[in-house]
Design a protein around this ligand. Structure first.
Ligand code: SF4
Length: 343
């Protein structure tokens, strides 16, 4: 797996199981991988966690990254266990001597290091927040630069950088600084961004803005709760920005208004569920009336435009039949599968 240097932007997430619980952790790693996660990070706060790593690395379909804070020996043990990368926050290690030991172990094993700074560990002033992200962004960039000194002194270049804040504006500002100052790949994400309700918007705004500017090589959409939601969100973000070829059925639905006589949302959800097994990219639209419907139908593979009691079904912009509202879902599914069969 390559990060940076023009490689496609990769999706990361982090397990929420106790890493020492090998079967639970591997179960979550595999689920994340099959949902589209490219790299999975695991926390290794204890010796029992790093002791579990060898088995986790061997059983994982994707690269495993060890997340190290406070105990540099965990990093050494993780390298020994064969992890693909170490995530290190030098701000939480006791001294540079420990950082140098980790560098030496990683160099010997050919393991890259992500050097990360979190806003919480270097800047806590809410009063310092401004519309342009400063001065927190500047302070974070300076802290990261200081963290990098032992790496430069040791001539260790196999690095990924990250600077995380819970604030979207700060995140954008600091990553713009990093992108202008360093050539290393950047890992993007907010730290403790929030629940799926608040954190999702905050993360998507910050990470999306940066990716749209061409900044960022790997992303994590940090959300409290089930990490599967992180992968779904990251995938949708990369698809939306056309940084990754979309897969599966993309269901488009109008927002509905006073003209709508059908339950557009329920129909769209049902079509998506019926076609969840499809891997090829196909676009299916459910429109609540004929105002925008025919125009929308021209640009998609299959569409239904709902009327009062019947819907018109379109295939690749061609009107093919009308069906009662109750038959919209099977009709769209049939059209989609026919298109797939025709290739
Ligand atoms: S497609 Fe029709 S029903 Fe849907 S939002 Fe537009 S005007 Fe309203």
């Amino acid at each position: 797996m390559v990060i940076g240097g023009g490689a496609p932007v990769s999706i990361q997430s982090m397990t929420t199981t106790a890493t020492a619980d090998v079967s639970a952790t591997l179960g979550q790693v595999r689920a994340l991988a099959s949902a589209g996660c490219d790299i999975v990070r695991v926390a290794v706060p204890t010796r029992a966690d790093t002791a579990a790593l060898r088995e986790i690395v061997a059983g994982s379909p994707v690269p495993i990254v060890a997340d190290v804070h406070f105990h540099f020996r965990r990093a050494l043990e993780a390298v020994e266990a064969g992890v693909a990368k170490i995530r290190l926050n030098p701000g939480t290690l006791a001294d540079r001597g420990q950082v140098r030991e980790v560098i030496a172990a990683c160099r010997a094993a050919g393991v890259p290091i992500r050097v990360g700074v979190n806003e919480g560990s270097v800047h806590r002033s809410e009063a310092g927040r401004r519309r342009d992200g400063g001065p927190a962004a500047g302070i974070m960039a300076e802290a990261l630069e200081a963290y990098l000194e032992p790496f430069h002194e040791e001539g260790f270049e196999d690095l990924v950088l990250s600077a995380k804040s819970r604030d979207a504006v700060t995140c954008v500002a600091v990553n713009r600084i990093l992108a202008g100052r360093f050539d290393y790949p950047l890992h993007l994400g907010l730290t403790h961004s929030g629940t799926a309700r608040t954190g999702l918007v905050r993360s998507m705004v910050a990470v999306g803005a940066l990716l749209a500017e061409g900044i960022g090589d790997t992303v994590r959409i940090s959300l409290a709760g089930d990490p599967m939601a992180e992968v779904t969100a990251a995938k949708e973000l990369l698809w939306s920005l056309r940084l990754r070829q979309r897969e599966g059925v993309e269901v488009i639905a109008c927002p509905t208004c006073g003209r709508t006589r059908a339950d557009v949302n329920a129909l769209a959800e049902a079509v998506g569920a019926e076609l969840a097994d499809v891997r090829e990219h196909l676009t299916v639209a459910v429109m609540g009336c004929v105002v925008n419907g025919p125009g929308e139908a021209e640009g998609v593979d299959a569409a239904a435009c709902c009327g009062k009691s019947r819907a018109t079904i379109y295939r690749r912009g061609r009107r093919v039949r009308t069906v009662p509202l109750a038959q919209i879902v099977p009709a769209l599914v049939e059209e989609a599968r026919r298109l797939l069969a025709e290739g």
